[in-house]
Design a protein around this ligand. Structure first.
Ligand SMILES: NC(=O)c1ccc[n+]([C@@H]2O[C@H](COP(=O)([O-])OP(=O)(O)OC[C@H]3O[C@@H](n4cnc5c(N)ncnc54)[C@H](OP(=O)(O)O)[C@@H]3O)[C@@H](O)[C@H]2O)c1
Length: 233
């Protein structure tokens, strides 16, 4: 299946992975709608995404159901039906049980699972058997590590959401569960880490495109724990 002439909604399009995903989709000749929350991130993405000018960016808090429903109406008016969804919205947070209060726990569930749930719910009538939905879980939802409890649980909820949507929808619903991705933000946060153990963003994007287009893959949680693009040293 080709992405040419398809319309793809990318949530969290101004985060670390956003430009990699949106550039790749634009290069595949898809129409791309990208969401963001903060104006600063929207401004900054212009310097990081080669094809930022081709993305229809929309500001939306995806934890607000009323706002998400209004957003879906706007998208339908301006672009018609969307074909695919890539759910990047999320974000890392630290804290083990002693450092995580109820609000932090709830915020993580909202940031990861509620954003994905409300997005798919608002656009569910657009999705067909040809549609692909790719959500972002984490390696920590499969193999939890101490010190990121709310994050682990939020990403675990995305994992179960993916599997639950997959048995309810005609669309193919999959998730990627990466270990650390080799994006500049992570290098700045962990300058002494072994970057060679991380996954290159290009490899993540390859998998996103594969999951969007391969009609034979559905209900999978694709754990990605390393890898460089073909031809990289
Ligand atoms: N980077 C990694 O190493 C890694 C590893 C495993 C999993 N992941 C997951 O993979 C996905 C992409 O990673 P990333 O590094 O690109 O993440 P990121 O840089 O933290 O970007 C997260 C994006 O989500 C948006 N967002 C946050 N809260 C939102 C809300 N309430 N409504 C709508 N959008 C919201 C942010 O918008 P603003 O910037 O405007 O606030 C941002 O665009 C994320 O879900 C992340 O948790 C990342």
């Amino acid at each position: 299946m080709e992405l040419q002439h398809s319309t793809v909604l990318v949530t969290g399009a101004t985060g670390n992975m956003g430009p990699y995903v949106t550039d790749s989709l634009i290069n595949s000749k898809a129409t791309v709608i990208g969401t963001y929350v903060t104006e600063a991130a929207r401004d900054d993405v212009e310097t990081r995404a080669e094809h930022a000018d081709a993305v229809a960016y929309q500001q939306i808090d995806l934890t607000d159901q009323t706002a998400v429903e209004a957003f879906a109406e706007t998208v339908a008016d301006e672009h018609g039906s969307i074909d695919h969804i890539v759910g990047l919205a999320g974000g890392f947070s630290m804290g083990g049980i002693d450092d995580t209060d109820g609000d932090a726990f709830q915020n993580a569930l909202n940031r990861h699972a509620t954003t994905a749930f409300l997005t798919v719910k608002a656009f569910v009538d657009h999705l067909t058997a040809q549609s692909g939905v790719v959500l972002f879980s984490s390696d920590r939802a499969i193999d939890p590590v101490p010190g990121t409890l709310a994050y682990n649980v939020g990403k675990g909820a995305v994992r179960t959401l993916t599997e639950s949507l997959d048995v309810e929808l005609d669309a193919r619903v999959n998730a990627i569960a990466p270990f650390l991705i080799d994006v500049p933000g992570n290098r700045e946060a962990m300058p002494d880490a072994d970057f060679s153990a991380w996954t290159a963003p290009e490899v993540i994007v390859d998998e996103v495109l594969h999951l969007l287009t391969n009609q034979g893959v559905t209900g999978q949680i694709v754990q990605m724990t390393g890898g460089q693009p073909e031809g990289a040293a």
